[in-house]
Design a protein around this ligand. Structure first.
Ligand code: PEP
Length: 251
């Protein structure tokens, strides 16, 4: 199946409002053609980002969301709040959320459910630590993360999920997984979706790779059979690098 590629930039906790506006104004120059381009600025920059990009094909997405709709959850942001400013997609389960903010599979599955119930699309991240790979436990770990995070969704709900495979040891380290490691894990993940939802859904679900994707390796990674684009951290903070990565996805 011909799946449209996605290049999504995760800006993490970077960029003041002025820096964000400057970069977004440059990003308007990106010619996407056959790629879906998304950027995930911090919460403080989202509203303005949506306004600047209102006539652009670039989608502004969130880095995180809370599972409750409203109430006494100091410091949190709900699905409804995101939707009210024109944000229709969120990242959930980034390894930094799992690691530094103790977001467990249970917490993440609640966030996924709340998002889908409130029509917020999800980029759901999974990935193993190096120690898990060294113990040869990486496939089992990814199976657990996918099963706990996603597989209680029904067939209509799962269609609103994009999966990002991000080996933790490759994030921000300059170390990418090699092409065999990437392809075999993406194929494994698609197989998990196949086992639960069947052929049609598994062949339409997009699976992104993340972990030190740069202009010099993007083309090779994006050419792999089960790779449908990338989730880009560091290289999304710079127009020229991000633009090159989008071009690499354009074929
Ligand atoms: C990420 O944070 O999702 C990521 C992939 O970061 P980097 O590209 O910097 O490795």
């Amino acid at each position: 199946m011909n799946r449209k590629k996605i290049v999504a930039g995760n800006w993490k906790m970077n960029m003041t409002i002025d820096q964000s506006n400057d970069l977004i104004n440059e990003l308007k120059l990106i010619s996407e053609n056959n790629v879906e381009v998304k950027i995930a600025p911090s919460f403080t920059n989202l509203y303005k980002a949506v306004a600047i990009l209102k006539d652009s094909e670039i989608e502004v997405i969130a880095q995180n969301v809370h599972s409750e709709m409203r109430g006494a959850f100091t410091g949190e942001i709900s699905t409804e709040m995101l939707k009210s400013i024109g944000v229709n997609t969120t990242i959930i389960g980034h390894s930094e959320r799992r690691k530094y903010f103790n977001e467990t599979d249970l917490v993440l599955s609640k966030k996924v459910k709340a998002s889908i119930e409130n029509s917020l699309n999800v980029i759901f991240c999974v990935g193993e630590e190096l120690s898990e790979r060294e113990k040869d436990n990486h496939f089992e770990l990814i199976r657990t993360q996918i099963t706990n995070g996603l597989l209680d969704l029904n067939s209509d709900e799962i269609k609103n999920i994009i999966i990002a495979y991000e080996p933790v040891w490759a994030i921000g380290t300059g170390m990418t997984a090699n092409t065999q490691q990437i392809q075999e894990m993406h194929e494994f993940i698609r197989g998990l979706i196949y086992d639960k939802y069947g052929h049609d859904i598994s062949s339409m679900i997009r699976i992104l790779y993340g972990g030190s994707v740069k202009p010099n390796n993007a083309k090779e990674i994006f050419s792999l059979d089960d790779v449908d684009g990338g989730l880009i951290g560091g290289a999304s903070l710079n127009f020229s690098d991000f633009n090159s990565i989008v071009n690499a996805a354009n074929g």
